[in-house]
Design a protein around this ligand. Structure first.
Ligand code: ATP
Ligand code: MG
Length: 452
């Protein structure tokens, strides 16, 4: 591995503004780590001995984004550079945020407060020299996430760090150093104090990395997962029989891995079977069934995601995907069956559901699922859409206004009549004309207690 890291010219020029005024400026943390790994660097975070007010004096555009922690954002040649004054953290009394921060003139003090050796390096932009007091380069080369200093003390300061350890390990395919890993179960009490929002954000990053199953396994083995998703860890040891090689937990992890790296799909794949433990029934011949588990799973998933403070849009999308995941597409489906399916799940959910279905079958342990099992459904739906066929009430050639004009009072009966008209149109799209639908409506009036 390289022991030096060259810094792009614009950022060297940025740092030169500091040195011209007698301050030092390094790039730190994730940029050094990712740069040394040869990965693209997304943010170059700067650290300096200049105080925030002094940084303000050096540049035209400085935004006080985290001034209480010594962080400002400098606009520089079209980029935004987070610039933080060297600091040491005060006590972390609540396990969330330091009670106070103190500025220091010493880069080494600043690096020593950082969480992991691979995150505790700085680069001098002028020379490309890497400052590495904790042995981060060796750990990068060995593929190890290791806390700086005593892991129990570091995890007791900030209870989110164990999840960060898992995230970096999952993202880079690293292992977690033994003592660092052992400190996770030992400090779970601190983890419980972390806000749901911080846990959520780390969890989302773990789920959307290339190999989320490794991270999930580490979350499970360390005891973290049981703390924030007990409904999922309750799936451990729940056997399934049939084509399944894994228990429900193992299957959930494998399905998550098989899903595309989209947050909602990964969450849906992970949680699609959480209702199985409650719905498991064993017949006399020993065969297993999980009737109605998709509804129970959708309910449990929504409750868990709400607890983790996911936005409503995510909660709704995931619970909808989970609720409808049990369809079994066959090429023998008639067009009417395809239209009924679309009417039930909603047009925009067809593709995500197909992807979830593939992830579900791919997660059974018999190798990746064959996309040909479900992708033709998407093509068939597209061709029906191209023919302008109706899938929902809004696509019907008549609505409440037309029925009202034909003598129907507004109310629940009208709603049921429209649903019946839609059923007829799903069966036979030719019926979707104003005159034909009004004829049918006239014929069914009596059934709904509507007089002529
Ligand atoms: P990413 O690529 O995900 O942004 P990153 O390493 O830049 O990774 P950030 O969360 O942006 O991670 O944090 C920037 C740096 O700040 C880290 O590299 C680490 O040195 C330090 N840091 C961040 N969060 C913590 C924490 N909770 N405890 C200790 N140090 C932290
Ligand atoms: Mg970062």
């Amino acid at each position: 591995m390289k022991r030096r890291l060259s810094v792009p010219k614009d950022l060297r020029d940025f740092a030169a503004v500091f040195s011209k005024s007698g301050y030092s400026c390094y790039f730190v943390g994730g940029a050094v780590r990712d740069g040394l790994l040869g990965r693209p660097v997304s943010d170059w975070d700067a650290a300096t001995d200049a105080r925030p007010e002094q940084v303000k004096g050096l540049f035209r555009s400085v935004i006080p984004t985290g001034i209480q922690h010594g962080t400002v954002t400098v606009r520089w040649r079209g980029a935004s550079i987070e610039t933080t004054t060297f600091r040491v953290d005060g006590e972390y009394r609540d396990g969330r945020r330091p009670e106070s921060v103190a500025f220091t003139g010493d880069l080494l003090d600043d690096l020593s407060r950082r969480d992991f050796t691979i995150n505790g390096m700085a680069v001098d932009p002028a020379t490309g020299e890497v400052v590495d007091p904790a042995g981060g380069m060796d750990d990068l080369a060995a593929g190890v996430v290791r806390a700086i200093g005593d892991p129990i003390a570091r995890f007791t300061e900030d209870g989110l760090r164990p999840m960060r350890a898992v995230r970096f390990a999952a993202r880079f395919g690293f292992s977690i150093d033994e003592a660092t890993f052992a400190a996770i179960p030992a400090t779970l009490e601190r983890f419980r104090l972390v806000s749901a929002e911080r846990v959520r954000d780390e969890f989302s990053k773990i789920l959307t990395c290339d190999r989320p199953a490794d991270g999930l396994r580490m979350l499970y083995d360390s005891g973290l997962l049981a703390e924030f998703l007990p409904e999922l860890t309750a799936c451990a040891g729940v056997g399934q029989g049939g084509p399944h090689r894994y228990d429900v937990l193992g299957h959930s992890f494998a399905a998550c891995l098989a899903a595309p790296p989209d947050l909602e799909l990964r969450l849906a794949a992970l949680l699609h079977d959480v209702g199985k433990p409650a719905r498991r029934a064993e017949a006399e011949d020993g065969s297993l069934s999980f009737h109605g588990h998709e509804l129970e799973s959708a309910r449990l998933a929504a409750a868990a995601l709400r607890r983790l403070k996911y936005p409503n849009a995510v909660v709704d999308a995931v619970s909808r995907l989970v609720k409808h995941h049990m369809f079994d597409y066959r090429d023998s489906w008639t067009d009417a069956a395809v239209r009924r399916f679309v009417a039930r799940v909603g047009l925009e959910w067809v593709k995500p559901l197909a992807l979830l279905r593939l992830a579900d079958s791919g997660g059974m342990g018999a190798g990746p699922a064959d996309p040909r099992s479900v992708m033709p459904l998407i093509e068939r739906v597209e061709s029906l859409v191209a023919k302008d066929q109706a899938f929902g009430l809004k696509d019907l050639a008549i609505g409440g206004d037309e029925l009202a004009a034909a003598g129907w009072p507004r109310g629940p009966a009208m709603g049921r009549a429209l649903a019946e008209l839609l059923e007829a149109v799903l069966d036979d799209p030719e019926l979707n004309e104003k005159g034909r639908l009004l004829d049918i409506a006239a014929r069914i009036k009596g059934k709904y207690g509507v007089g002529d």
